[in-house]
Design a binder for this molecule. Structure first.
Ligand code: SF4
Length: 260
């Protein structure tokens, strides 16, 4: 099977497929195998492998992952977290979402503070990190130059996110990290015929997407650029996860929220 056929075979069969397929371990295994062997985007394949070959001086003893990165977390999660793409020397090195760089340090510390992760730090993909009720993924599985995947590359990778959404049959809400992830989540639902209008990205903006869809909460991405400039502080980030927890537990008053 070619990479293109791999991707096609993972597409949900219809609009109603998002979120209504039961969790199945074998399907996860097959999906992750398809993700990690994908070579559909020549520019990104070349870049991820070049990064893995050249390495960063601080990690010269590492054997870099250098492949697409699958989603990570609780397969029964009620919360789906969608990021942008692997970091060059983070998850492109370690092979696990948000693991091994400052973005991951910021994210997992926050998830630990709110009780969604069993430890505040991450080093490598076998470090014992466990997530509770959370599954973390991204709109692009290969590290892009300058952290900027092209629209074509994002579209090529979309079936992997759709397949994860299918397998996560019980998720109730989505936290989108950054505007590109936010818009791509909306695009997926629109592509499946759901009447999702034009929505604006803003930190801590909450949208009820209606039509039986999960709610959507927007957050600034925990990139070094955002966290080191103070655009995203730990307090601002904690507010996202605390709000998500309240939303999941049904204690949020929708009257105080934005409407999609
Ligand atoms: S970005 Fe996605 S579609 Fe493109 S090569 Fe990587 S895994 Fe495949």
């Amino acid at each position: 099977m070619t990479p293109a056929e791999n991707v096609k075979s993972l597409q949900p069969s219809d609009a109603g497929g998002v979120g209504d397929i039961s969790d199945n371990q074998q399907k996860w295994v097959e999906l992750n195998a398809n993700i990690t062997t994908c070579r559909l985007c020549p520019r990104l394949v070349a870049y991820r492998e070049e990064i893995a070959r050249v390495k960063k001086r601080a990690f010269r003893d590492w054997e870099y992952w250098g492949k697409p990165v699958p989603g990570f977390g609780d397969p029964h999660a009620r919360l789906l977290v969608v990021g942008l793409a692997p970091g060059a020397h983070g998850s492109n090195r370690t092979g696990r979402m948000f693991t091994g760089d400052s973005s991951g340090d910021f994210l997992y510390a926050a998830l630990h503070r709110v009780g969604m992760a069993n430890q505040p730090t991450t080093v490598h993909r076998d470090d014992g990190l466990r997530l509770r009720d959370v599954f973390i993924t991204a709109i692009c599985r290969c590290v892009p130059p300058d952290n900027k995947p092209t629209p074509e590359e994002i579209r090529a990778c979309q079936p992997f996110l759709e397949a994860e959404m299918d397998l996560l049959s019980g998720f109730k809400g989505i936290v989108a990290l950054g505007s590109l992830a936010f818009q791509q989540v909306l695009a997926i639902y629109r592509n499946h015929g759901r009447p999702v209008g034009r929505l604006d990205f803003a930190h801590n903006a909450y949208y009820d997407l209606g039509d039986g869809l999960p709610w959507l909460l927007a957050s600034y991405h925990p990139s070094r650029q955002n966290t080191q400039t103070g655009r995203l502080t730990p307090t601002m980030f904690d507010a996202i996860w605390q709000r998500a927890k309240i939303l999941l537990d049904g204690q949020w008053d929708p009257g105080t929220s934005n409407r999609g």
